[in-house]
Design a protein around this ligand. Sequence first.
Ligand SMILES: *[C@@H]1O[C@H](CO)[C@@H](O)[C@H](O)[C@H]1NC(C)=O
Ligand SMILES: *[C@@H]1O[C@H](CO)[C@@H](O)[C@H](O)[C@H]1NC(C)=O
Ligand SMILES: *[C@@H]1O[C@H](CO)[C@@H](O)[C@H](O)[C@H]1NC(C)=O
Length: 195
Amino acid sequence: MKTLLLFLFVAVAAVYSQVPERCEAPQAFESKIGRLDTIRGFFLRAKVSYDARNMRTRVIEEVETREERDYYDVLYLHNTQPGKEYRFNLKTKQCETTMLNTTFRRFEIPDFARPLGEFTVGTKGEPGEGVDVTLWGGRTEDGADWAGVFTLAGCVPVNDRYIRNATSFDNIDFYDVTLGIANASVFIPPHECMP
Ligand SMILES: *[C@@H]1O[C@H](CO)[C@@H](O)[C@H](O)[C@H]1NC(C)=O
Ligand SMILES: *[C@@H]1O[C@H](CO)[C@@H](O)[C@H](O)[C@H]1NC(C)=O
Ligand SMILES: *[C@@H]1O[C@H](CO)[C@@H](O)[C@H](O)[C@H]1NC(C)=O
C-alpha cells in the first residue's frame, strides 16, 4: 500500500511538472524579429523596441536592397488619445501619420490563454544546445486564434502567432532579445513625420 501511494504521488508530481506556470513577460525589451506579413505577402526582418508600460512600440524594418519593395519604420504610440501611428517609408522618405484604431499589442501570456506544454527548442543532448520553453494558446475576444512561446527562464517571448483566419495571420519570431530600452528617444517620431 505504501509503495502504491508513493507511486501515485510520484506520478501526480510528474503530471503537474508538465503544466507550465503562467509567467510575466518583460515589460520593456528590444529584439530582432522575423515576421511573415500575410498582407504584403512576404517575410521580413525588423528591429522592435517594445514598452508595454507606456504602450509604445517601434518597428524598424530591414531594407532588402535586392527587392523593389517598400519598407517602413513605424512608431505606434498608444499612450496618446487617440493613439497615433507614424509610418515612415524608408524608400520614398515620406511619412504618414494616422490615428490608431487598434488596441496595444502585448507580447505576453493573455488571461484567456491555456498552457499547451513545456518543450525544448533544440536538443537536450548537451548543456547549451537547447532552450526550455512553454507554449500557450487560446481564442481572443474578437475570435482570432493566438499562440505564443516563451522561455521557461525569464518568460522572454520566442514566437507570437495571431491568426485572424486561414489567409490573414501574423507570425513573429523574436531573436537576440535585450531587456529594457537602450535609448528612449526611439519613441520620438522621426523628424520627417513632424509638420
Ligand atoms: C483610424 O480610423 C480613422 C477614422 O476612421 C482613419 O482615418 C484612420 O486611417 C484609421 N487609422 C488606421 C491606422 O487605420
Ligand atoms: C481574413 O481576414 C482579413 C482581415 O481581417 C480579411 O480582409 C479577409 O477578407 C479574411 N478572409 C477570409 C477568407 O475570411
Ligand atoms: C539617443 O538617441 C538620440 C537620437 O538618435 C541621440 O541623439 C542621443 O545621443 C542618444 N543618447 C544616448 C545616451 O545614446
